[in-house]
Design a protein around this ligand. Sequence first.
Ligand code: HEM
Length: 185
Amino acid sequence: MQGNFFDFVGGSVGKWKVTGIETLTGDALEPVTHLSVISSDLIQLEHNGLWRIKAFTSNVRYAEKTDRVKLAAVQAELGRPNSTCAAFIPIRKTEAWWALAQDERRRIFGAQSHHTEIGLNYLPAIARKLYHCRDIGQPFDFVTWFEYAPADEPLFDKLLDSLRTTEEWKYVDREVDIRLTLIPN
Ligand code: HEM
């Protein structure tokens, strides 16, 4: 399988300190104080955390060429020195979503919800990375990860308010929003 695997481990150790956990939809995750993001592979290793979500990077599904060009022009990389805040938001979509044809899902994501168009307004302040995990039997379908400067947290909250009122989000049946700050070395 192509792509890089990562384990998101919630527990009492890790580079990221948890500053807030909000369950928007569906079952909560057990509260933890720290999160580590570990480069891994498909094999499940032992771990000390309370929970672990395995996910991988993949090719794009919906973004069209024009979107990709716009994204490439403004998007920022993860790991910027002043981006000491992060949001880790695992998401699951309903069986009704997955039963749709690819073109129906693309229409909801694009023409009906304007996901990329909305998101583009928040770049480069917000850096983003999308991971997939439905295909490997995880309790979520996606792991989404965002990094930004502390002063941009209200901006990030505004972005979430916009996305969560879209048609696309009617298909979200589990979403947990975990906010983090980077522990200095
Ligand atoms: C920061 C601005 C954002 C931009 C520019 C953006 C852009 C995108 C793009 C282009 C895709 C499609 C990838 C593909 O074609 O496969 C995507 C997918 C996705 N994004 Fe965003 N996004 C942003 C923010 C967010 C936020 C805040 C969330 C969640 C809270 C989110 C959740 C997702 C999910 C779950 C998918 C996968 C959807 C699916 O395949 O069904 N995004 N995003």
